[in-house]
Structure formats: C-alpha cells, structure tokens
Design a protein around this ligand. Structure first.
Ligand code: PYC
Length: 326
C-alpha cells in the first residue's frame, strides 16, 4: 500500500490539495525541470490525487518540495485534472494557510519557488495572504476570433503565471445570462468552444504557448467591487475563486490600457462572489507588471490517501472525460 498525506484547503471556494508527504521525489533540480520529470515518470500520482474517486475536476493539487532557489523557503508544483500549472494564485494562498495550520510558519513574508519563478506570500495575523506574483504582461490586444455557431469574440491574450484569453466583447446579438454560478454550464460551454477556436486559428501566447484559460467579465454583484469573472480552467472546470493568475493577467491588461494606476486597488469577484483584493507595481521591463493578489484560505481536511495495488482505479479515472486515465 502506498499512502500520500495531504492537506485540503479552499481559497474563496476553490480547493487545493497539498501533498505534504509520500509524494514523488523529483530530485533537487530547478522546478521547471522537476515538472518534466513529474509528467514523464509520476503522472499517475497527479491522477491519483486529483481525479475521482479521491478528487474531482475542480481540484488543484500541489506538491510541496524543497526549493531549488536558495532564497526561497519552500517549493511547490501545482497540477490539476489534466496537466501541470506554471503558478496558481489561489493555490499559493492555500499553501501558506496549510503551512500555518501545520505550525510550520507564522505571520510574515515567505518565499516560494515555482516552475515559473519565485513568488512571495505575506501572511497577516488575520489570515489574509498577499501573494506577490510573477511578472505579468499583455501579449496581444483586441484579438478577434470566430467561434463556429456562436460568432465573433474579441479579447486580449495575457500572461499571469498561466496563459489567458480575456474576453472584452461578445458576438452581437448573443443572448447571455448574468455571471451567476447556476449558469456555469452555459459559460463553460462557451469558454470551451472559444478556447478550441483560439487553438484552431493559431492564436497562442509567447512562443506558441497554448492558451488554456479563458476569462469572461461582467459587473460585480457587490458595488464595492470592481468586476466579476468566470474563469474556465484547463480541465473543463471553472474557478470558484477569482483566479490569482487570471486576475494578474487582468491587471496587466488594465495597466496596458491605462485604466488602473500602480498601487490602486482592484477588487475582483468570482462567479460565486468570493473576492481577491489586488494591485500592481510596474515591472522592470516595459509593459510588464508585478501583481499582488490578496485572499484567504481555510483548511478543510487532513488525510492520508491510500493507493491499494489491487484497486483497478487506484490512479483515478476521469468521469467527465477531461482528464487522462490510465
Ligand atoms: O488562482 O491562479 C489561480 C488558479 C489557476 C487555476 C485555478 N486557480
């Protein structure tokens, strides 16, 4: 029997399952190299942790590991039901709250090594975690794509630790519900079709990077906030949180359009009404920003996952047909 110890948390409703022991040993190399090893040699662990019967399409996993960057306190590799993530904002907040729950850290600034670089997270005594994310930027503005059966969408391609298409205008005459969680199936369907059209039309991030997240925006439910979003994640689930990397990409677009000044606050509401409070500083390279995303996570479970060699589904199965199966 193999057992994997995890801490489950949620950040604004979006779950993170952190492997704290029993995960694969990927060596001591840079984290972007360790991800390759994870994918090639230990992908069954990703599937066992995130897919049914132990997980679900919405779950984001994280492997806690030693940092490679000696200026960092911990390392983490995030993954989901279909693949690995460069960074994960809600996951970084969940990581910090899980380490606090374990008694390993207290209030203060903690540096985290990720496959896309170093991020820092400040834990306040209140439990609020402010993540200073990786350099973010808009790659292309006002890109138009025709989605078969739906019409022409326009949006920006931006990076916030993952690649996003941020929709700025919808096809004329398309009747759409408000951004409410009970209409998630409609938004998901539109996002999936839009993402496929981006790929079919060769619309990518830098160096041909696949755009695996799609964001829609609408007015906030709470007038104290600036915006509400719906974020389609790579494996077909939608982010219950406002999405840390997606909001970083959004800030990069707002900054590029001169719509948000450095240091000004942006309150991003998710489809379920949870909120990240965000701001940015200008990056050292023109057109780049350094976003900060603040939110709160709560630990919801600690568990030992058991992998029984006799279990035909020990490495998970993708009920929704989005994840890889053995
Ligand atoms: O918070 O960055 C994020 C995120 C990415 C995918 C799900 N959540």
């Amino acid at each position: 029997m193999q057992s994997i110890d995890v801490i489950d948390s949620h950040t604004g409703g979006e779950p993170t399952r952190l492997i704290v022991s029993g995960g694969p040993d990927l060596g001591r190399g840079p984290l972007h190299e360790r991800v390759i090893r994870f994918r090639e040699e230990f992908d069954h662990v990703r599937r066992a942790v995130t897919l049914e019967p132990r997980g679900s399409d919405v779950l984001v996993g994280g492997l806690l590991c030693e940092p490679h960057d000696v200026s960092c306190d911990v390392g983490v590799i995030f993954f989901n039901n279909v693949d690995y993530l460069g960074m994960c904002g809600h996951g970084a907040i969940g990581l910090i709250s899980s380490l606090e729950y374990q008694g390993k850290i207290g209030p203060g600034v903690h540096a985290i090594d990720t496959p896309v670089g170093k991020v820092t997270a400040e834990l306040a005594p209140s439990g609020l975690v402010s993540v200073a994310n990786v350099k973010s930027f808009r790659h292309a503005a006002a890109v138009t794509v025709d989605v078969p059966g739906l019409g022409s969408f326009t949006g920006d391609v931006a990076y916030g630790g993952n690649w996003f298409f941020l929709v700025t205008s919808l096809p004329e005459g398309l009747e759409l519900p408000k951004l409410r969680v009970h209409d998630h199936a409609r938004w998901t369907d539109m996002g999936v079709r839009l993402r496929a059209a981006l790929a079919a039309n060769g619309i990518t991030g830098d160096s041909g990077a696949y755009i695996d997240h799609v964001e829609f925006f609408g007015p906030p439910e709470d007038p104290a906030h600036d915006s509400r979003n719906f974020v389609l994640c790579p494996g077909g689930a939608f982010d219950r949180s406002p999405c840390g990397t997606g909001t970083s990409a959004k800030l990069a677009c707002l900054a590029a359009d001169g719509k948000l000044a450095p240091g000004a606050l942006w309150a991003q509401e998710s489809i379920i009404g949870s909120v990240f409070s965000c701001s940015y500083q200008e990056g050292s390279e023109p057109g780049t920003i350094l976003p900060t995303i603040a939110g709160t996570a709560f630990v919801s479970a600690t568990a030992s996952l058991v992998i029984d060699p006799r279990d035909p589904f020990r490495h998970g199965f993708a009920a929704a047909g989005t994840g890889a199966t053995e």
